[in-house]
Design a protein around this ligand. Structure first.
Ligand SMILES: NC(=O)c1ccc[n+]([C@@H]2O[C@H](COP(=O)([O-])OP(=O)(O)OC[C@H]3O[C@@H](n4cnc5c(N)ncnc54)[C@H](OP(=O)(O)O)[C@@H]3O)[C@@H](O)[C@H]2O)c1
Length: 315
């Protein structure tokens, strides 16, 4: 399995080629094949999820599992199911109120902690140096782990500087493997860079076929920051699952709209974290590495961009 590091536009082209090679080598391999990151059983097959190399050299799966709104037994079982099917990147946040359920789901899965890539996020109410350290420890306790793979500032509000300095301290202590941002616009990242000693590693932002975030897509690689998509399926909004353009593309490959959408993220080198409480959907979302969207398909999908959020209530 090739790690794919995307730091500029030229490398994105190489990434697409690498993505093609991955597709050609068929990620769905016969049961029993020894796999690298993300090896797991899915039906009678195994799914292996490619990774991207982040700017500090660590590897992050390019496809992960979102957990917003997944709570209680549904949340526990969804996380355990997702891991059993092959997801290794699990995305949660303090404000989702589900870190304890995510932690229980991980425990239920029986997976070795070292195989997982766990992300959580610092909520606005906890911003500031000391409160970030406290909130971080609370997240660890709820998740039943002693480190995070990725910790993000959830929104660019509150005492961002104090928060970032606390995250840098935790990162330097080895308690977080990567630190980053969420919902930061390019000018807000530049502001943070004026005092940051650690380059942010990831920016997680709303990105899907209806809001393609072209500016961030073009800007983040130059800042050496990995683009990660939240709501990669637009949470089902704007009729994404019945969209005729996506359906006609998917028909050529025997894939549905969710799979075409997630493949689009993959071919753009964007980490995507679809959420589902439905095992059949989870499997569909994992099965995106055995086909390739053509340049013409990508061009067609570019016309779906409405260039505006589908979540105006959060702006
Ligand atoms: N940083 C931030 O500010 C931020 C904001 C929002 C979200 N996030 C993160 O991003 C994750 C993903 O975003 P999201 O949860 O808003 O939405 P999403 O992943 O874009 O979409 C989830 C919806 O799609 C459905 N779905 C999933 N796979 C499907 C499939 N194959 N076919 C048909 N329907 C399918 C799910 O229903 P079923 O359960 O029925 O499958 C669910 O209703 C979140 O869970 C969270 O971890 C971060």
């Amino acid at each position: 399995m090739k790690d794919i590091h995307i730091s500029n536009k030229a490398n994105r082209r190489q990434f697409l080629k690498a993505g093609s090679a991955l597709a050609a080598s068929a990620t769905l391999l016969p049961f029993g094949t020894t796999r690298l990151f993300g090896a797991s059983k899915s039906g009678n097959r195994e799914v292996s999820i490619p990774t991207v190399a982040l700017n500090n050299g660590i590897k992050m799966p390019i496809l992960g599992f979102g957990t917003n709104t997944l709570v209680n037994d549904i949340g526990i079982n969804a996380v355990a199911d997702a891991i059993s099917l092959g997801f290794r990147l699990i995305d949660t946040a303090t404000v989702y109120g589900n870190e304890q359920f995510v932690g229980q789901g991980i425990k239920k899965s029986g997976i070795d902690r070292k195989e997982l890539f766990i992300t959580s996020k610092l909520w606005v109410d906890d911003s500031g140096f000391e409160s970030t350290k406290k909130a971080f420890q609370t997240s660890l306790d709820k998740l039943q782990t002693d480190y995070l793979d990725l910790y993000l500032i959830h929104r660019p509000r509150g005492d961002v500087k104090g928060t970032w300095l606390a995250m840098e301290a935790l990162y330097k202590e080895g308690r977080i493997r990567a630190i980053g941002l969420s919902n930061f616009e390019p000018h807000q990242i530049k502001e943070l860079m004026t005092y940051a000693k650690v380059n942010p590693i990831v920016n997680q932002i709303e990105t899907h076929v209806f809001f393609q975030e072209i500016e961030a897509y073009n800007t983040l690689p130059g800042m050496n920051i990995q683009h990660e998509a939240w709501s990669p399926l637009a949470e089902g909004r704007n009729g994404i699952f019945t969209n005729k353009t996506l359906a006609s593309i998917g028909k050529k490959y025997g894939k549905n709209n969710a799979q075409v959408s997630l493949r689009w993220h993959f071919q753009r080198g964007i980490v995507a974290i679809p959420r589902s409480k439905n095992k059949a959907h989870m499997m569909e979302n994992l099965n995106i590495f055995d086909f390739e969207l053509s340049d013409e398909d990508l061009q067609t999908i570019s016309t779906l961009d409405l260039n505006k959020t589908q979540f105006p209530e959060w702006s």
